[in-house]
Design a protein around this ligand. Structure first.
Ligand code: NDP
Length: 503
């Protein structure tokens, strides 16, 4: 550790759960035959034991969800509205214990849980509690001889597969719309962040009839695979990496089951010559270093007009070097450890590859020395790479860590072509005080979302999701309800006249 690098101290009072976590099936807490350890990334120590669900457990969970479906699909919209609101209330009342739990689970700085994850998860339930009252079909004008109406129908049992980086928000994005639309759910959280999902469903499951919400923890290739390939699953809703998404889609396509895919991203921030660099600098820091950079929306590629390139690069480097890296449980920490040592090593390997291809190291790029028990954690300094012409792998790979690549451009044509060259298409951004230029660029960037003069703004109601290798389907919006329904048509003839085909 050099003297300029800031780290936080060691925090006392770490979480440690004595009892192994159960599976949650049919409203019951079920002990698994085997458990696996949950590791605190701040120290590398085991802090909980998670149930290792099997294909048999998945079978039982899907059966419980299947039998609860017939009751749940018939609940009135006002009942569903009230229950989804009650979930948000419970979470809000219980808000105090979540930041430490979330920070222990995946290493994100504790300040983020209370500021972002808990209120956002509650807000997602409140949003769908409101929009569920607008779940309705339509009549289709087909002339005086017929009355044609459509009704949105729930699909059945939804398999919800979620990643480790923002588990509370991810589980809310799956559960709230699926339940609002009348489906029942089996959730499989990531093996790296299972405890928060189990604890969340434990907190709220008594609000629902048994079997409406179930959780099977375990490993992706076993419990996850058994769930997405179960014959009684009617929809797969997946958030995770693009490769896993492809594998899952291959399986569900055989059974013709619909899927929602929220996959990876490689966000570009395009900065025009007239941009306000004070605002841009704050947005860059938030965009790439919030949540340790382990976010699908991360702005890992900063593309600056050549007139402002050096100035902005210097500002960002100075700020990155002063970021406080440390124990996720310390309120002073700005950037915690990455989720595992293996993931940290992967991020470091990607940085080394970019450097060997010609990128320049401007900040970070190494594992900091940490004191005491933090020496066992998986820390990595916030890293800034200069790759002005965007030709290294750093410009197209998803790091999923605190690594920013800075590029330079001269014409709109060039920046659009380079930004769109990546496989992903989740979120991009444009910074300019010239709105005509900002909208022109926004229109040409290939992504599900484009922010203008901001980053990470995802108010409920604004659809979230990607194109290309970032997947398909939209979360967080009124239209999300339709992702969890199919349209049923009833066509009633009001006329006895028939065409003379058989006379
Ligand atoms: P993974 O794709 O490795 O895992 C996601 C989930 O899929 C986990 O629950 C995992 O379980 C499970 N899984 C793994 N293999 C299978 C399988 N064969 N069948 C069924 N389920 C399986 O992603 P990560 O958890 O590592 O998350 C990081 C990725 O998620 C990044 O690429 C990121 O971009 C993306 N992401 C996208 C978001 C979006 O909204 N677009 C939001 C957040 C993340 P297990 O952990 O036990 O292996």
């Amino acid at each position: 550790m050099t003297t300029t690098e800031a780290t936080t101290g060691v925090t006392a009072g770490r979480l440690s759960l004595a009892a192994p976590q159960p599976l949650l099936i049919g409203g019951e807490e079920v002990r698994a035959a085997r458990t696996f350890p949950a590791v605190d990334p701040s120290t590398g120590r085991v802090w909980a034991q998670v149930a290792e669900g099997t294909a048999g457990d998945v079978d039982r969970a899907v059966a419980a969800a299947r039998s609860a479906f017939d009751t749940w699909r018939r609940t009135s919209l006002d009942t569903r509205q009230a229950l989804l609101w009650a979930v948000a209330e419970r979470l809000t009342q219980d808000a105090g214990r979540w930041p430490a739990l979330l920070a222990t689970e995946n290493g994100r700085a504790i300040r983020e849980g209370g500021l972002i994850d808990v209120p956002t998860a509650a807000e997602i339930f409140r949003f769908f509690s409101g929009v569920v009252r607008d779940l309705h079909g339509r009549t289709v004008p087909c002339g005086p001889g017929a009355h044609v109406s459509t009704t949105p129908r729930p699909l059945g049992v939804v398999a919800a597969i979620i990643p480790w980086n923002s588990p509370l928000i991810s589980v809310a994005h799956k559960l709230a719309p699926a339940l609002a639309a009348g489906n029942t759910v089996v959730v499989k959280p990531s093996e790296l962040a299972s405890v928060s999902t189990v604890e969340f469903v434990r907190l709220v499951q008594d609000l629902f009839p048994p079997g409406v919400v179930n959780v099977v923890t375990g490993f992706g290739p076993e419990a996850g695979h058994a769930l997405v390939s179960h014959p009684d699953v009617a929809k797969v809703s997946f958030t995770g990496g693009t490769e896993t998404g492809r594998r899952i889609l291959g399986g569900v396509s055989e059974r013709l089951v619909p899927a929602l895919m929220e996959l990876g991203g490689k966000g570009a921030m395009v900065v025009c010559p007239d941009a306000d660099l004070d605002t841009v600098t704050e947005d860059v820091l938030t965009g790439v270093f919030a949540a340790n950079g382990e976010v699908c929306f991360a702005s890992s590629r900063l593309m600056v007009h050549r007139d402002r390139h050096e100035e902005l690069l210097e500002r960002v480097v100075a700020r990155a070097e002063s970021i406080v890296v440390g124990d996720a449980l310390d309120p002073a920490t700005q950037l915690g450890p990455l989720v595992t040592a293996g993931h940290r090593d992967l991020v470091a390997a990607r940085v080394r590859a970019a450097l060997s291809e010609g990128a320049g190291l401007r900040a970070g790029g190494h594992v900091p020395e940490m004191p005491g028990e933090l020496a066992g954690g998986s820390y990595y300094r916030p890293t800034v790479l200069a790759s002005p012409d965007g030709t290294t792998s750093a410009s197209c790979e998803e790091f999923f860590g605190p690594v920013l690549t800075v590029e330079s451009w001269t014409s709109e044509e060039e920046v659009v072509e380079r930004a769109n060259r990546v496989a992903f298409g989740l979120a991009n951004g444009v910074w300019s005080t010239d709105l005509a230029q900002a909208y022109r660029l926004a229109d040409r960037l290939d992504s599900g979302m484009v922010w203008i003069n901001t980053w990470f703004a995802t108010p409920l109601g604004q659809p979230q999701g990607g194109v290309k290798a970032s997947g398909f389907g939209r979360e967080g919006a009124t239209s999300t309800l339709l992702e969890y329904t199919s349209t049923k048509v009833v066509h009633a003839s009001l006329d006895t006249a028939r065409p003379p085909m058989w006379t």
